[in-house]
Structures are given as structure tokens and as C-alpha cells.
Design a protein around this ligand. Structure first.
Ligand code: MG
Length: 321
């Protein structure tokens, strides 16, 4: 699909939740709040701030309440939180999330290892959460992880993912984010998956969530955007990991997605120099020493500002034309 001049892409920044939960170190709350406030000023439209999971399970996010209360809310940004069950929703509601996210894997085995129940059990947990959120007019995102590959089951059947996606919409979610949790997919699998899902639900309501474990993150984002996807999850500096590949790269890096999309004439509303500065701000506190490739670029590079760099920013002018 060739982008139209009116097209834009909504980025969902997942580093504060998905990124930090894979960090070995607990980031002090003061620093986390200051960092999220800085992220808010980059123009990001959605920030997944935290997760209301059990603090003993994920101590990195044990300060969920305090972080939600203390961040400065930018009017142009939606602040969302992940909730695992009704108890998590009750905890979250007092701290004014703009939306919540629920989750299941498309793989029975992955669910059993990750949340100690199968797909049916996950739907049983999500159903009342989604119903209660809807009753309160709170938007709900559904995460469908291992949508391409599973460490236990191998390749996942796209037809199964499409059916589960439809089922999530039937329950009342507003958006489904399809995650290649272990980052094994290539553009071929992405295309096949989006063909299958797109045959059953509008792709306008689908987001993609790619990991860079095998270096396919940006290629997969491009493929998804070509297929018509306009919501993309990404994590600043590629923060995050793959629980089944220790030391592997994490989520696709937000700065590289911004560079790709802006260069294609698809506005994101995000300032690349500001985004890189927020990455530099947090890096000394992290145990992860690796950086995205783009994060190595000198901050004085003229190419970091597509508007002034001389790159062709004609609306709709893209590599897809
Ligand atoms: Mg992720």
C-alpha cells in the first residue's frame, strides 16, 4: 500500500513497561518519573507507563501507583497501563490510566509458562477486565503475543492468530497488538499474518509489536506499514529483551522506527533529537550496555531532523511509490 499524503503513524512507546521489566536493575522512581516526563515532551502520542502486576513477580514495576500519580500528563499523550486481571484493574483505576491493556499469547504452551494458564484461561481472566473497562468507557488494548513464533510450539498458525484477534474484538477491545515476542518472524511471515488477520478484522485496529532478536525489526515494521498498519509499538533504544534468548536484542528501537517512517513521508509527530536525548538521559542507569545503531549517530548529525536535513520530505514521497 502506498502511503497517502494524509497518512500518519501512531507510535506506542513501550520502554517504560516492556523495556524496564527486562532490566536487571530497578530504576529509582524519581529517575523513572523524570524520564517519562522527558519522553512526554518528544511528541510521543502513547506511552505505556507501567504494569499493575504483582510487585513480587516484577519488582522493576513495583512503583506503578507512584509513577502513574507523579508523571506530568502532556495533553497530546495517552498514558496507558498493562493489567493482568481484575485486581490489577482495580489497582490501576485509582491512578487514572487513559487506557489499559490486557494480554494473552497465541500459543497455549507460552501462556502456560508465562501466566500459568492456557488460552481459554487467559480469556476467562480478560473477559471481566474488558467488560469493566468498557463500563467505565476506558479504552482497552489487547496484546496477542507469540503471534508468529513460540519457543515451545515453533511457528504459529496465522489462522489461529486471526481467530483469536477476532475473539478479542468480540469481547470489546478497541485495538489488538500482534507481538512477535521472540523476534523470529521475517517479512514473509508478517505479510502472511496480516493477510490472515486483515481478512477478518480491519487493519486500522491492529498494531504490530516487533522484536529485533534476529535483526528483522525494521524490515518487519516496513512490511507491516506497506500492508496498511498505522499503529506501531516500539521501545526507546530498543530496550527490552527476549525472555527466551538471554542477552538478545529487545523491541524494535523507537528512534529507528521514527527515522524510517519520517523518511517515508509518514509523520509520527515525534522529535528525533529529543527522543535521542531521553535515551542518553536514562542510559547511565541501565545495565544494558548495547544501544540501537541510530543511538550511535553523533547528535550533531543533520540527518536527525528530517525537516532540515535536505532529505526529501515531500508528503507521500516514499520508497513505496
Ligand atoms: Mg516487547
Amino acid at each position: 500500500m502506498t502511503p497517502r499524503a494524509t497518512d500518519s503513524v501512531t507510535l506506542v512507546e513501550v520502554a517504560p513497561r516492556d523495556g524496564l521489566q527486562h532490566e536487571n536493575r530497578v530504576i529509582p522512581t524519581d529517575l523513572k518519573v523524570a524520564w517519562i516526563d522527558a519522553l512526554s515532551k518528544t511528541g510521543l502520542p502513547v506511552i505505556e507507563v507501567t504494569s499493575f502486576v504483582r510487585p513480587d513477580r516484577i519488582p522493576q514495576l513495583a512503583d506503578a501507583e507512584e509513577v502513574m500519580d507523579r508523571i506530568m500528563r502532556h495533553p497530546g499523550t495517552r498514558y496507558t497501563a498493562l493489567v493482568p486481571n481484575l485486581h490489577g484493574l482495580e489497582r490501576a483505576l485509582a491512578h487514572r490510566p487513559d487506557a489499559i491493556a490486557v494480554f494473552t499469547a497465541a500459543s497455549e504452551s507460552f501462556n502456560r509458562h508465562n501466566i500459568e494458564t492456557g488460552i481459554e484461561g487467559a480469556f476467562e481472566r480478560m473477559t471481566p477486565v474488558i467488560a469493566e473497562a468498557r463500563r467505565r468507557a476506558l479504552p482497552v488494548r489487547g496484546y496477542l503475543s507469540t503471534a508468529i513464533g513460540c519457543p515451545y510450539e515453533g511457528w504459529i498458525d496465522p489462522a489461529r492468530v486471526a481467530a483469536l484477534t477476532e475473539r478479542l474484538f468480540d469481547l470489546g477491545v478497541d485495538e489488538v497488538s500482534l507481538g512477535d515476542t521472540i523476534g523470529v518472524g521475517t517479512p514473509k511471515q508478517v505479510r502472511t499474518l496480516l493477510d490472515a488477520v486483515g481478512a477478518r478484522v480491519p487493519l486500522a485496529r491492529i498494531a504490530v509489536h516487533f522484536h529485533d532478536t534476529y535483526g528483522q525489526g525494521i524490515a518487519n515494521v516496513l512490511t507491516a506499514v506497506e500492508a496498511g498498519i498505522r499503529t506501531v509499538d516500539a521501545s526507546l533504544n530498543g530496550l527490552g529483551g527476549c525472555p527466551f534468548a538471554p542477552g538478545a536484542s529487545g523491541n524494535v528501537a523507537t528512534e529507528e522506527v521514527v527515522y524510517l517512517l519520517e523518511g517515508m513521508g509518514l509523520p509520527t509527530g515525534v522529535s528525533l533529537p529529543d527522543l535521542l536525548a531521553t535515551g542518553d538521559f536514562l542510559r547511565p542507569a541501565l545495565t544494558h550496555s548495547e544501544m540501537s545503531r541510530l543511538a550511535h549517530v553523533p547528535r550533531t548529525s543533520r540527518w536527525l531532523d528530517p525537516g532540515r536535513s535536505g532529505r526529501d520530505s515531500t508528503p507521500g514521497c516514499s520508497v513505496l511509490d
